[in-house]
Design a protein around this ligand. Structure first.
Ligand SMILES: Nc1ncnc2c1ncn2[C@@H]1O[C@H](COP(=O)(O)OP(=O)(O)OP(=O)(O)O)[C@@H](O)[C@H]1O
Length: 507
């Protein structure tokens, strides 16, 4: 068999955790190979080893049949291996071309030949159907386009093996479709791809084979065509997983959050949210459906106090909070699971336990007279971490940065739900989570609702909005297009409304 990469019996240990325990993955030339596993199963670690960022404690890597040592990412590049990380590594005020050639500059007699580089990038972009403008600035292009720049960066360096780490987590459904097309184009041209993803649907649509790992161990490699989504999910989690969200009808009570003709400016200083009115009641989950960038960020930031509202009112349990500080809003009962877990959700260099008390450290029993009470903090944090199954090497004492992305997300969700807020704002709560964790988080959101609390769910996953919400408010271009009952609508109707067509009536 023609394997371009073989990772055989790989072991990698971190303090307190064996991230990879005898893992084997063999990549055939010209295939798309999915790497599937729960949050913290060891996927990123394995790929970081292949990309030369970590050295394995045991095991061998063969490239084109010959054993190699990949000392660092430059060596990986020289072996034809490229990687697109979950969090892109682009300089936002540089152009596409400048980013791509960074560290690999074409020079002619000592001067940078940017035109030649731009021409090469244009050719590559055309050849692989990427549609990237080499002269655009990173800060002006969409996330999907930025990801293509990362792909181009690999191609520019002649990568033969492309590693994509959860590439669809940041994309809109349409961008995901385009990415799948691009991946299929790449393998048609002879490249080989390893893709880490939690989305079984995408594995079915794009991958040839799938290797499943669980808690650091290989469970097996399967042919995607002949294996169902449910079978793959079961291999991954070790039990059957329900894809359907179980919930009874909501029992909406008093209005908890009232948005009254709210207008909020976006970063470009024009109205990103326009004259927006919506009620969220106790005992209900209201989902916001919309294509990314249609006012969701402005909406959430105005409610949480991260952004000023231009006009209109925000009432929490009947009282206007528009002029309240962020802390005052938290104290009044608003909790927020933010979209960007690394920037807004966690202080990455703090321990997990310190992150668990970010909003309450100044209260008893966590501090008294300005002195932190460690034992109370540790107990509080440990309880959240075990109830949300946050897996890490040293429990509450783990540095948050060392956690896998999905476990970071679970820690944030646990912290916010534990505040028992009257209004929980959940933005993309299950982004990057495995199917088992998604099932659990959905259950907890519904439990929170059933305690008589209000939940505002903002998600780009239409399935999630449809399954979890009681009512769905659709936004387009910063305006409310309509509100519909989740039980009485479907993907088509919501999709049309997201495009700005039609209005529901369940306000
Ligand atoms: N640098 C590190 N130091 C200590 N522990 C680490 C480090 N990197 C990873 N780990 C631990 O190794 C385990 C595997 O993590 P890894 O990031 O490989 O998981 P993953 O499968 O990619 O998860 P996810 O789907 O959540 O991204 C986790 O328990 C994580 O906490």
């Amino acid at each position: 068999m023609d394997f371009v990469v073989e990772m055989l019996h790989i072991r990698k240990e971190f303090p307190g955790v064996v991230a990879n325990d005898d893992i084997t993955l063999q990549l055939r030339r010209g295939e798309i190979h999915a790497l599937l596993g729960e949050n913290g199963a060891g996927k990123s670690t394995l790929m970081s080893i292949l990309f030369g960022m970590y050295q394995p404690d045991k095991g061998t890597i063969n490239i084109n049949g010959a054993p190699v040592k990949i000392a660092n990412p430059n060596v990986a590049n020289n072996f034809g291996i490229g990687m697109v990380h979950q969090h892109f590594k682009l300089v936002s005020n540089f152009t596409v071309t400048e980013n791509i050639i960074l560290g690999n500059e074409l020079t002619r007699m000592g001067t940078l030949n940017i035109q030649a580089a731009a021409r090469k990038i244009e050719q590559l972009s055309k050849h692989y159907g990427l549609n990237v403008d080499p002269h655009a600035k990173i800060e002006d292009i969409s996330v999907g386009m930025q990801q293509r720049v990362e792909i181009l960066k690999m191609l520019y360096r002649n990568a033969e093996v492309l590693i994509l780490d959860e590439p669809s987590a940041v994309l809109t459904p349409k961008e995901i479709e385009e990415l799948i097309k691009i991946m299929l184009n790449l393998v048609k041209e002879g490249k080989s791809i390893i893709v880490i993803t939690h989305k079984l649907k995408e594995i079915k649509a794009a991958a040839d084979r799938c290797t499943v790992i669980r808690r650091g161990k290989t469970i097996g490699t399967v042919d995607v065509k002949t294996t169902s989504e449910a079978q793959m999910a079961e291999m991954m989690v070790g039990r059957g997983v329900s894809f359907k969200v179980e919930k009874t009808a909501g029992k909406p009570g008093d209005v908890i959050l009232k948005l009254d003709h709210l207008t909020v400016k976006n970063n470009k200083n024009v109205a990103g949210l326009k004259d927006f009115s919506l009620d969220v009641r106790a005992g209900e989950i209201v989902g916001i459906a919309g294509v990314e960038g249609n006012g969701q960020t402005e909406l959430v930031e105005a409610i949480t106090g991260l952004r000023k509202a231009e006009s209109g009112a925000i009432l929490l349990e009947g009282k206007d909070i528009v002029r309240d500080s962020i802390r005052e809003r938290i104290d009044k009962g608003i909790a927020h699971i933010p979209e960007d877990r690394q920037k807004r959700g966690l202080v990455l260099d703090y321990t997990l336990e310190d992150n668990m008390i970010l909003e309450v450290y100044n209260k008893e029993p966590f501090s008294k007279g300005g002195i932190l009470k460690r034992s109370a903090i540790r107990k509080y944090a440990s309880d959240i971490l075990s109830s949300f199954d946050v897996r890490s090497g040293r429990g509450p004492l783990s540095v948050s940065r060392s956690l896998s992305g999905g476990n970071q997300q679970k820690a944030i969700i646990g912290r916010e739900i534990e505040l028992n807020p009257s209004l929980l704002i959940a933005v993309q709560p299950t982004r990057g989570l495995d199917v088992g964790s998604i099932e659990y988080i959905h259950k907890r959101l519904i439990e929170h609702r059933d305690k008589g609390k209000a939940v505002l769910l903002i998600s780009l996953e239409l399935d999630e909005v449809l399954n979890v919400s009681d009512r769905i408010a659709v936004v387009n271009n910063g305006e409310l297009i309509g509100v519909v009952n989740a039980a009485e609508t479907n993907e088509q109707e919501i999709g049309l409304m997201m495009a700005g067509v039609g209005k529901g009536g369940a306000q």
